[in-house]
Write a protein that binds this ligand. Structure first.
Ligand code: NOJ
Length: 572
């Protein structure tokens, strides 16, 4: 594995700081809490942490509205607490990458406060200002994209919430200021960055209007109510079209190259992963981003063998076309998406499917990113009351559809609970004690705790249960770490017409692994003797979610239990 970089062999674990561990008993996660849980992460078997924003923020977008790029949110601790966390992580061979939000700042950031104060202050041109709204652009979170500021008698542009004004990246001073912040954390020793929303950094210079005959709220509502295939297709078309002039515009490649050259000045293979699925942002494979996420794999409610195969063909062939080669990066959930258990479940076999999909992300070619809480099977939690909603895009939607569209509040609440990202951001369940052991009994946590922590969905109980999902993850991560083929091996799909199971080989110089993921409730009798790499050899079991009486099997008579995950080394 000598040729591979650390970020190619690592398994990343995303920590959402507000919800991970509360070290000072105030109902909000913090660095003290995270640092205390590092040994838990060592035990779990991950190699790197992606930390969602930990900077000071008024929290209109839960930390993605930053008011100081070189400090720590007081509720999470101090800069010293951050340094301790970083040192303790590195001591345990865990790398740490931070979240870098380039597109926008908070409207309370001193840069914006100065910029909005007059038309001729030194930062007057740091954001995107116009005299009158030049078009019908929408923000993707809260409607109209242009907001009036009386001090300037002008409007600023925002792609996300109105409290998140877009920076003007054509201004070299903006770049300089942001690159200084980037260096600040690199100098402290962080191992790289996850780049937030890069696609939104530049806008169409002609400010071309969109052609969707709806506002954001109307489109959202239309999508919710769409029942016929025709309406569903139309909704999809509108979503693509509404933001096309505000997304993926010229200038991004140059910017990514510039950022990459800063990263490359530092020792230790610092890395960049873009919150985008577009492989173009990897440049020639060595001059822009190191990784982009394979979101198309996750963008479905039902993961099927066919979906996976199609996805792998597309992604891997595109990556291999990069002049310097490209590395894949797979993830099934994060703080913006439904939980794996909920999203890919079928209501009957959710537990089995969660295990299969965990195995999928840990055995496919590429760097896996796991989201905190998936390892214990946390589920989405639909908030019952609007007063509990913290995700401002949710409360904005609720109030808009109730007041402007006359939607019944009960229905509006249900829709809001489904669309808000609060549902997948609730505090981590550490035990079955009150407040799930996240905070002491009686403390009000920042978001309600999902009551199902009492049903075994918590770390403590799962640690004690050898059959738990947590121990399943630990076991899988260990097998992955010890099996070179699973990390560096080429991907070779097998039995490509099967609807029931997904079978593939991972083949490295000295090792061959066969993986079978049975997505069906049928017992399968499989024969791999038609595969030259496998024929006449033995299948030595490395991992099975089923009960196997023998360790070695022959490829022509392989029985796979319903929903089984089977991983074997192919041996002479
Ligand atoms: C993507 C982040 O993942 C999301 O949580 C955030 O709301 C937007 N970018 C805006 O920063």
């Amino acid at each position: 594995m000598a040729k591979l970089k650390w970020w190619q062999t690592a398994v990343f674990y995303q920590i959402y700081p507000r919800s991970f561990a509360d070290g000072n008993d105030d109902g909000i996660g913090d660095f003290k809490g995270i640092t205390e849980k590092l040994d838990y992460l060592v035990n779990l078997g991950i190699d790197a942490i992606w930390l969602s924003p930990h900077f000071p923020s008024p929290n209109w977008d839960c930390g993605y509205d930053i008011s100081d790029y070189t400090n720590v949110a007081p509720e999470y601790g101090t800069l010293e607490d951050f340094k301790t966390f970083l040192k303790e992580s590195h001591k345990r061979n865990i790398r740490v990458i931070l979240d870098l939000v380039l597109n926008h700042t908070s409207d309370e950031h001193p840069w914006f406060l100065e910029s909005k104060s007059s038309r001729d202050n030194p930062k007057a041109d740091w954001y995107v200002w116009v005299d009158t709204p030049p078009n019908n652009w929408q923000s993707c979170f809260d409607g109209d994209a242009w907001i009036y500021v009386p001090e300037r008698g002008q409007y600023y542009y925002h792609y996300f919430m109105k409290q998140q004004p877009d920076l003007n990246w054509h201004n070299p001073e903006v770049k300089q200021a942001m690159w200084d912040a980037v260096r600040f954390w690199l100098d402290l020793g962080v191992d790289g960055y996850r780049l937030d929303a890069i696609g939104t950094i530049f806008e169409d210079p002609n400010l071309t209007p969109h052609e969707v005959p709806m506002t954001l709220a109307e489109l959202r509502r239309f999508t919710e109510l769409a029942e016929t295939a025709e309406d569903k297709q139309l909704a999809e078309k509108h979503w693509k079209s509404m933001f096309k002039n505000q997304f993926g515009q010229a200038g991004l490649h140059e910017l990514m190259k510039e950022l990459r050259s800063i990263i490359d000045e530092y020792e230790g293979d610092r890395m960049l992963v873009g919150e985008d699925e577009n492989i173009d942002y990897m440049g020639n494979g060595n001059d822009e981003l190191h990784l982009v996420f394979n979101f198309p794999l996750a963008d479905t409610n039902r993961i099927t063998p066919e979906h996976i195969r199609r996805n792998q063909v597309e992604r891997l062939s595109r990556l291999s076309q990069l002049p310097m080669g490209g590395w894949a990066c797979n993830t099934l959930s994060n703080h913006d998406r439904s939980r794996i258990y909920t999203n890919y479940g079928d209501k009957h076999h959710d537990a089995e499917l969660a295990r299969l999909n965990a195995a999928l992300s840990l055995t496919l070619l590429g760097t896996p990113f796991l989201y905190n809480g998936e390892e214990i099977g946390m589920t989405d939690y639909l908030l019952p009351h609007i007063s509990q909603v913290k995700d401002t895009m949710g409360s904005w939607y609720y109030h808009t559809i109730v007041t402007e569209m006359g939607v019944d509040p009960e229905e509006a609440m249900f829709r809001t609970a489904e669309m808000t990202r609060d549902k997948n951001r609730t505090p981590m369940h550490w035990s079955n004690k009150p407040n799930a052991g996240f905070s002491p009994d009686g403390v009000t946590t920042w978001l309600p705790i999902n009551p199902n922590y009492k049903d075994g969905i918590n770390v403590r109980e799962q640690e004690l249960n050898p059959d738990s999902l947590l121990n399943y993850y630990k076991h899988l991560l260990k097998v992955r770490r010890e099996t070179a083929a699973l990390i560096e091996g080429k991907y070779l799909p097998l039995h490509e017409t099967s609807q029931e199971y997904f079978a593939f080989l991972r083949s490295s110089e000295n090792q061959l692994a066969l993986i079978v993921l049975n997505y069906s409730e049928k017992r399968l009798n499989l024969d791999f003797s038609d595969t030259s790499e496998v024929s006449g050899r033995k299948l030595h079991t490395l991992f099975s979610s089923g009960v196997r009486s023998r360790v070695d099997h022959t490829p022509n008579k392989l029985t796979i239990a319903p929903f089984e995950v089977f991983i074997a080394e192919v041996k002479p």
